[in-house]
Design a protein around this ligand. Structure first.
Ligand SMILES: [Zn+2]
Length: 91
């Protein structure tokens, strides 16, 4: 019996397990800077989230990102991530 191996990650917003391809990685580097990681290769601690504003808002409310990064996530970071995500949605 062969199983297809799809690495699953949990969205920090809706808490659903999804394949890495469906999620977007948020990275916090050593300098404490947050950014979206589309390649999945940026160094630093990462958290996964569905690429939509809804899950990002959920993650903000539930402090899911804070828990993943074990660090406070400033409001500006959410705004920045939201801008990046929404920019993508509109294209
Ligand atoms: Zn989600």
């Amino acid at each position: 019996m062969k199983q297809r191996k799809t690495p699953l990650r949990k969205c920090t917003g809706c808490q659903e397990m999804k394949s890495k391809k469906e999620l977007i990685r948020i990275v916090r580097n050593d300098e404490g800077e947050f950014s979206l990681d589309r390649t999945g290769k940026k160094p630093g601690r990462g958290a996964y989230i569905c690429p939509n504003s809804e899950c990002l808002t959920k993650a903000q409310k539930s402090k899911g990102l804070e828990r993943s990064f074990k660090a406070p996530v400033p409001k500006e970071v959410y705004e920045q991530l939201l801008n990046e995500l929404c920019g993508e949605e509109n294209e």
